[in-house]
Design a protein around this ligand. Structure first.
Ligand code: GLN
Length: 194
């Protein structure tokens, strides 16, 4: 299995490290041809406007849309923003997921925070694994979701921070920055068609 990581801007190196720790082949993706032969793709955190503009400049927007129409993609933070269809402003988006997102929903960089979340879907990869420690950095919120979207995680006040729609996964937080590898394993199971 080979998993690509979109490597235009942001913390792609941390995702590549996380995949390699799980003995999965990871490939940096910058050009359309890099998507050939991949079993799944991760779009990392970073700055979504910059990633979107670079993706347009490198000619990968349409190839990413085609890829996401039949293969697994996971967007973390800025990556989740790119997967969405609406962010209340003009910026390049893939529009693959039926979710509306509010960027920087928790304020500026200093308002970054961590939270322990109950994420029942993770018991699929590790029964009884316990709470998931999630790191939020200038994070977006998933404001509303369409009927086909499954909510995987919410903050204690009910705000949505992780969702899945078929083979597409979006998390407002950064699993690549912690040692807990359950989210990467969950995504790998999606790439395997589970
Ligand atoms: N604030 C960034 C954006 O709106 C996302 C932050 C992140 O990926 N950690 O693009």
């Amino acid at each position: 299995m080979v998993i690509g990581v979109l490597a235009l801007q942001g913390d792609f190196a941390e995702h590549i490290d996380a995949l390699e720790r799980l003995d999965v082949d990871a490939a940096a993706v910058r050009l359309p041809e890099h998507l050939d032969e991949l079993d799944g793709l991760i779009i990392p955190g970073g700055e979504s406007t910059t990633i979107g503009k670079l993706a347009a400049a490198y000619g990968v927007i349409e190839p990413l849309r085609r890829f996401g129409s039949h293969k697994a993609i996971w967007g973390t933070c800025a990556g989740a923003i790119l997967l969405s269809r609406d962010v209340h402003r003009q910026q390049p988006l893939l529009g693959l997921m039926d979710i509306k997102v509010e960027r920087n929903a928790f304020g500026r960089q200093v308002a970054s925070f961590e939270a322990d979340l109950e994420i029942p879907a993770l018991s699929q990869v590790e029964p009884g694994g316990g709470l998931y420690h999630a790191v939020f950095i200038r994070a977006p919120l998933i404001e509303s979701v369409g009927d086909d979207v499954q909510i995987l995680a919410e903050l204690p006040d009910g705000r949505i921070v992780a969702v899945r729609q078929g083979k597409l996964l979006a998390t407002a937080f950064h699993p690549e920055l912690t040692v807990d590898d359950r989210f990467h394993r969950y995504f790998l199971s999606m790439c395997n068609g589970i």
